[in-house]
Write a protein that binds this ligand. Sequence first.
Ligand code: PGA
Length: 255
Amino acid sequence: MKLVIAANWKMHKTGREAKEFCLELLQKEDDYKGVEVLICPPFTALSAAAAELKDSSVKLGAQNLYPGAQGAFTGEISAAMLKEAGVKYVIIGHSERRHLMGEDDSLVARKIEAAYENGLNPILCIGEKEEEREKGITEKVLKKQLAAALEKLEPGQVKSLVIAYEPVWAIGTGKAASADDAASAADFIYSYLDKHFGKDAAAGVRIQYGGSVKAENIGSFVTLEHVHGALVGGASLEAGSFSELVRAARKAVEG
Ligand code: PGA
């Protein structure tokens, strides 16, 4: 299964900076063969990135969408707008949106549906907070997030999902989860999908690990049985280090 490695820039980079990044990243494009590489810039840098990535194998992702077709939703961006901007993937339910912007499970579910209705591939983010981990309820939290987000989906849709397991305590802290923790969360997600949507759907889903991923540790995640990629924040901001991270992932799986 092809690895999917996504750069989540969060609120970083102007259009000019996005263009410079893409130009540098594409210099080593041959090194990314066999890996699906995605860049998820802020909305205002999407068109600049799209122009640079147009004839390349690197794909464009967005960080969010609003689940309405159009209308009085000041400040929001629809799935159709993203699609026209050249976006293929969209991050949904990132922990910063859930916990800083107050997004709940039902909004996340509506966003996933809107993505599918418009031909975008969702990257559904789930993960437990530190206090939930300490209480030993990680699986309960993951199950609740999965159940709400996937409730209305058919197995055929689930099959093309990317699910990012991102423990909240590992995001931007430099304290990545251990490979054992990531493996048990990914195994749990896989069994949940298998139980509710069947083997075929579960086997199609690519599960990413996210949270303080860098070139030095990515190999320990992408070699796990049910992990097929990473969602990368801080280490995706410089083309050189992101490119190195993709190469390290490829080397770890291909040997
Ligand atoms: P990080 O962010 O790599 O900076 O921890 C990951 C994410 O939030 O997707």
